[in-house]
Design a protein around this ligand. Structure first.
Ligand code: ADP
Length: 217
């Protein structure tokens, strides 16, 4: 069954979340106090309403407590963002995700009950810098302070070699968990699989080892 989502604040961030959820078959209510934003959102949401989320009565009228997850995607108006999270939590919504524009804003959002605070600009900035520093790394997920999973373009000197020949674990202290190219992904690579030009390795390991590996030409 589809989950019920409400996205409050239909700016660039809010509408991207709403559209992706809607595209994936979920029920999405879009909320914004700006009529134009609400009209523009029509193709990307199940329903949308004009409402001020700092008004408890307006939130009750929408039936906000019936939603499984509410995203508060108000950015620049910090006061409205904080008050909206507070009210939505007080009205009983279990899962509230809120966008913060800086660290202090994020701390306050946690205090008033946000279950998950996201920092889209900070995180995207870190990603862009990471890519500039390591152009071979296409994507990464931090899994602890010191460990990550990365998608890395294969260094040219490894083309046409097998994982065994490269001696990944011993030489680089990394594990290859998948190999992908444009058409397919192999999630159980054997030591005798030969990697070819254009392959991307999905590797897991310590950040310092990953960094060393991503610098190999
Ligand atoms: P973005 O950077 O993602 O575009 P903005 O902060 O510019 O984010 O946009 C936030 C949206 O939230 C705007 O469309 C604005 O009308 C809406 N918004 C701001 N305050 C409220 C409020 N109290 N109730 C409902 N919507 C609001």
């Amino acid at each position: 069954m589809a989950n019920q989502y409400a996205v409050i604040g239909l700016g660039r961030f809010g509408i991207s979340i709403a559209a992706k959820l809607f595209e994936s078959g979920q029920e999405v209510l879009g909320v914004d106090m700006n009529e134009e934003r609400v009209e523009e959102s029509h193709p990307y949401v199940t329903h949308s309403v004009i409402a001020d989320s700092t008004d408890a009565e307006a939130l009750k009228a929408i039936g906000i407590r019936n939603f499984d997850t509410v995203v508060v995607a108000i950015g620049s108006d910090i006061q409205a963002s904080i008050l909206s999270v507070l009210l939505v939590k007080e009205l009983g919504v279990k899962n509230v995700i809120a966008k913060a524009i800086n660290k202090l804003h994020g701390q306050v959002l946690r205090k008033v009950g946000a279950d998950w605070v996201v920092y889209p600009e900070r995180d995207m900035g870190i990603r862009v810098a990471h890519h500039l520093l390591s152009p071979n790394v296409l994507n990464f997920i931090e899994i602890s302070k010191d460990h990550s999973v990365e998608e890395v373009k294969i260094p040219s000197k490894m083309v046409n070699k097998t994982l065994r020949e490269i001696d990944f674990r011993a030489k680089y202290n990394l594990s290859v968990i998948a190999i992908r190219n444009d058409n397919e992904i192999n999630i159980t690579p054997s030591p005798d699989q030969r990697i070819v030009q254009g392959d991307v390795l999905v590797v897991i390991g310590e950040n310092k080892d990953l960094e060393r590996f991503s610098k190999i030409g």
